[in-house]
Design a protein around this ligand. Structure first.
Ligand SMILES: [Zn+2]
Length: 400
């Protein structure tokens, strides 16, 4: 096989050769030369089980910084503990970040491995980039995570580097463990005066999802960890710099019935139909993920917050907001006000009531919504002052 980097003829191309020749891993070489891994990886290198004996047993390390990094990775759900060997998995696009972590984690006996598996479900060879160590070297992680430990900012910086996503000036951080979320939010508020909130319909597999409450919280928090993130490969571009933008759109369907009050036509009758909702989010493309937003997240948020609430319901009875008039216009506002917390890059909703009748709506930004609150168009029948005007005397008199 000829190495496409140095043009040498080789009996077999492996990471040993590539390390000397160009410094790429086999996976990066495969991507650079757009080759399937299947033709680069021989059978004997697939699905290997490594022995614990390849890893040194280290005395519980007295290295608070390494401990802080490992805690951050654990909060991020990146530490996979198994009998024998444990590992931390990273993305190929963020290989430098993984290797940066390794500098500290060598204190716990970690070594870098690129491992190759035949993935039955995708019918191809896939690679995994892992930092691995003996499980008994990281036994202490099984205890509860100590948020009072020194170097908490180092822990948080690593958590952000691996799991953080910046969406329209709000920082989103998925957490592996729901239990730790409340105490972490409290700690951030007390110690750093930065407010995060937990988004309940978290939608991302398991665990919790937290988001900075306001744009100011994002600025404050990112400035607190700026020096740390600046030292981590790729993080400055993700959290402090601009980049190309795009709009992603997800369309979902639901079936509902409704009627229109005080309307001189057929729509005053209860009738049903299939609605289509197109949710558009405009934002910067995250250089680490190549996405504006994961479509899976977008779909799950709309399903959990909106579709589950409206599908196979009479829209007029879903809430007081829609009870008087469940028009596409008011429905748009109703949906916008629920989605904006989860999708601060929301730029437009398009709701089709029929194939040929639809409404396009752009509502307030999350920052504006936080100041203005819900639209008075939706709250008229909920407002406490309704029924308190002096004219209601007439109503009371007439009602005898
Ligand atoms: Zn070469």
């Amino acid at each position: 096989m000829k190495c496409l980097e140095c043009h040498q003829d080789l009996a077999r191309l492996d990471n040993g050769h590539l390390a000397d020749c160009c410094g790429l891993t086999l996976q990066e070489y495969a991507i650079r030369h757009h080759l399937p891994l299947d033709i680069l990886i021989d059978q004997d290198r697939l699905n290997l089980q490594e022995s614990v004996n390849h890893y040194p047993r280290v005395a519980t390390s007295d290295n608070p910084l390494a401990r802080a990094y490992l805690t951050g990775l654990s909060l991020a759900g990146k530490v996979c503990r198994a009998p024998g060997l444990s590992f931390i998995e990273g993305d190929v696009k963020r290989l430098e970040l993984l290797l940066w972590c390794l500098q500290g984690l060598e204190a716990f006996g970690f070594k870098y491995r690129q491992e190759y598996f035949y993935a039955d479900h995708s019918h191809r060879v896939i690679a995994r980039n892992r930092l691995k160590t003996r499980s008994d070297n990281v036994e202490f992680l099984q205890d509860h995570i100590d948020l009072d430990a020194p170097n908490l900012l180092d822990t948080l910086a690593v958590l952000v580097a691996f799991n953080g996503e910046l969406h329209t000036n709000y920082l989103f951080i998925p957490l592996a463990d729901t239990e730790i979320c409340a105490s972490l939010l409290q700690k951030m508020h007390q110690q750093y005066r930065v407010t995060f909130k937990s988004l309940e319909a978290c939608a991302r597999s398991q665990g919790a999802l937290m988001r900075t409450e306001t744009e100011r919280d994002t600025r404050e928090f990112l400035s607190l960890i700026k020096d740390r993130l600046a030292s981590m490969p790729g993080c400055e571009a993700r959290f402090y710099l601009d980049g190309p933008r795009a709009t992603v759109v997800k369309e979902l369907l639901f079936d509902s019935a409704h009627f229109i009050t005080d309307y001189p036509g057929k729509c005053s009758n209860l009738h049903g139909g299939r609605y289509s909702i197109k949710v558009k989010v405009a934002d910067r493309i995250d250089p680490a993920t190549g996405f504006v937003l994961d479509y899976g997240y977008l779909k799950a948020v709309v399903e959990q917050l909106i579709i589950s609430q409206l599908d196979h319901q009479s829209l007029n009875y879903v809430g007081a907001e829609l009870a008087w008039r469940s028009s596409t216009e008011l429905l748009s506002i109703f949906i916008w006000e629920q989605l904006i917390e989860y999708l601060p890059g929301l730029t437009e909703l398009q709701i089709h009531e029929t194939a040929r009748s639809y409404c396009r709506y752009t509502g307030p930004s999350l920052a504006e919504f936080q100041i203005q609150g819900p639209s008075p168009l939706l709250t008229h029948f909920k407002a406490p002052e309704l029924g308190r005007s002096p004219l209601r005397v007439k109503f009371i008199e007439s009602s005898g």
